[in-house]
Design a protein around this ligand. Sequence first.
Ligand code: AMP
Length: 425
Amino acid sequence: MKLQAIRGMHDYLPVETALLEHIEKILKKILFSYGYNEISFPIVEKTSLFKKAIGSITDVVEKEMYIFKDRKGESLTLRPEGTASCVRAGIEHGFLYNKEQKFWYKGPMFRYERPQKGRYRQFNQIGVEVFGHKGPDIDAELIFMTHRWWRALCISDYVKLEINSIGSKSERARYRKVLVSFLKLNKHHLDETCLKRIDTNPLRILDSKNNNIKKLLNDAPLITDYLDENSKKHFDNLCKFLKLAGISYTINPKLVRGLDYYNRTVFEWVTKNIGSQGALCGGGRYDYLVEQLGGNATPAIGFAIGLDRLIMLIKTAYPNLNLNKKVDAYIIGTSNNIKNSTLFLAEKIRNYLPKLRLMTNYGEGSLKKQFNLAYKYGAKLALVIGENEIASNKVFVKDLCMGNKELISQNDVILKLKDFFKKYN
Ligand code: AMP
């Protein structure tokens, strides 16, 4: 049997891990500048947490969770998202009540979805959650921050912002009624999935990718017409802030998002450049969730960005990008008897110059083969030691870009490297 990763789960090869590190570094710097602190929670939680938080009639809870029993028979779930855990942690440690909090977290999420390009069963997210602010200013600031991320990652031209307001629970309930009537009148146009959703989660039908249904939905009632004055004002103010900041957006009245806990502002950054799974980052307000999970009523908003899709987008935009650092210097031994000298010269250099990326030749190999390896790893300098060099306490140094060679005293190697790599650092 051929050994393979589990369907929908994929490896990150060094090109991707280097890209991930680069992305994280940039995002973390910006998160820091907006006052966020990192939080981290377990990958496994009680199943009841997700059922309560996400809603039992959502796709995630109905069919996408990895659920298993532990040895005592307790039902546990591999986390499908981070918000529920963040709220659970906030209530458990008492850091939400009457406090304003800004958190971010990262890590793998698990959903048993049908795998395809950009849609995995294990995927990575960076999530952001803010507690204690009810106004549209924080909604705007979250979007400003994501906008800044795209600029820092040089992908602003590839992403577009969609926003919507899905109102409060009661506004949604009113809207749901008229939407259901409309859908029932047009039942014959709906596919099997949508028919099932009419009575369970009709708003999700607005998300349908089926072209005939999309056409039908052009005539469907819009949630934006069922918002009360306060929700309208909140949304108008958000739009005003975005305009003032020069951030373009489209109001998409059909954007409802997949999880039940959202209310009022919802948003998504989407791209057309990575295929059909174009949602890159999405979130919204969830003002009821803390109370729903047993805490004191606390307004909240958050979003998550899918790192797998972000990596795909950056790779599409910059196909030749490879952030794996080349080797700076390569140490060559002219015979196998002098391994001591090459290995320990490398150790000495690492003691003094820990930032330098250094490799030595392992095992046996002709001089030619070792030089070829030095070129292959992209080394700029080769340091060569042979019997003669050992006897005279010298090292032969070759600049692999310019071809210059010189014989220097072993005592001067550190100074030489410091001087040579100054121009690169
Ligand atoms: P959500 O947690 O559903 O709000 O999704 C937030 C972001 O996570 C999305 O915009 C995607 O970029 C990413 N995402 C969600 N589900 C998947 C998946 N199955 N595979 C890869 N990325 C995903």
